[in-house]
Design a binder for this molecule. Structure first.
Ligand code: FPP
Length: 255
């Protein structure tokens, strides 16, 4: 279901413009909390690291599927600002997988028209990863088929804190009055400023939490929770989530 909306995501009018054959069911921007790599590995008596490795394969497949289905944006929660609290070995495994993923998939992004974007304070990552990311962002900047926004060292509260600091410094510089700060100014100061409003937020592995992901952007997003563990989340699962989205009646606080 596609809705006309103002820039800050509120509904101006409600009209279903998505036909029954639209595999996105009108969703433009889908975000996923990819959870359950550890449990997937445990169930198979495999090391946790293998669960994450399998998780990267699921990322690769779902990015392809998202592009083929016609999504405009997929935002994936790959590493939260709280994930630093995991054992050092696991953090190092995840960073290693991130390096491999960017290196191996950048050509596919270029070929398939995928624009890479990163949300979160990724500049705090190791300098070689930052350089790799900056290079991939630059090489894919002109791509238009789909935007893949990867959340790295991301926390929604940290994102909002950075936005508040940014706006406060503009007020301090005399560029704007506190009373003039509008919802759109806040949205424009977030890492997602250039992305369309979030339509659907998926979390895998049966956990019913947002875990500090896209808290501002999720204000009117539809939520979808599935028991599937992230390594098992495939195109069919994504299609199921989109079908569920297609049946939701979105009112954005109206009636
Ligand atoms: C949750 O599994 C998953 C994460 C830590 C984030 C997702 C990471 C990946 C899919 C791999 C790296 C991604 C990229 C893009 C290179 P968990 O360990 O919390 O699972 P558990 O709750 O079952 O223990």
């Amino acid at each position: 279901m596609k809705l006309a909306r103002s820039k800050n995501g509120s509904a101006d009018s409600v009209q279903d413009t998505a036909g029954p054959s639209d595999p996105t069911h009108g969703a433009r921007h889908v975000a996923i909390i990819m959870d359950g790599n550890g449990r997937w590995a445990k169930r198979k008596h495999l090391p946790r690291a293998l669960g994450h490795k399998k998780g990267v394969e699921a990322v690769r497949n779902i990015v392809r599927a998202g592009g083929e289905l016609g999504l405009e944006v997929m935002t994936l929660y790959a590493f939260s600002s709280e994930n630093w609290n995991r054992p050092e070995e696991e953090v190092s495994d995840l960073m290693g997988l991130l390096r491999q993923y960017i290196q191996s998939d950048i050509e596919e992004f270029v070929e398939n028209g995928v624009r890479l974007k990163v949300i979160g304070n990724y500049r705090a990552l190791a300098s070689d990863i930052v350089a790799m990311i900056d290079n991939a962002i630059e090489r894919t900047a002109g791509n238009r088929k789909m935007t893949l926004a990867v959340a790295l060292n991301y926390g929604a509260q940290d994102e909002m804190l950075r936005a508040v600091r940014n706006i406060a410094s503009r007020v301090k510089a005399g560029e704007m009055e506190p009373e003039a700060i509008a919802l759109d100014d806040i949205a424009a100061a977030l890492d997602t400023a250039d992305l369309p409003p979030l339509d659907l937020l998926i979390r895998t592995s049966g956990e019913l939490r947002l875990s500090n992901f896209l808290l501002w952007q999720a204000a009117y997003a539809e939520l979808y929770f599935t028991e599937a563990l992230w390594p098992d989340f495939d195109r069919i699962e994504l299609e199921k989530a989109l079908q569920s989205f297609g049946h939701r009646e979105r009112r954005f606080g109206g009636r």
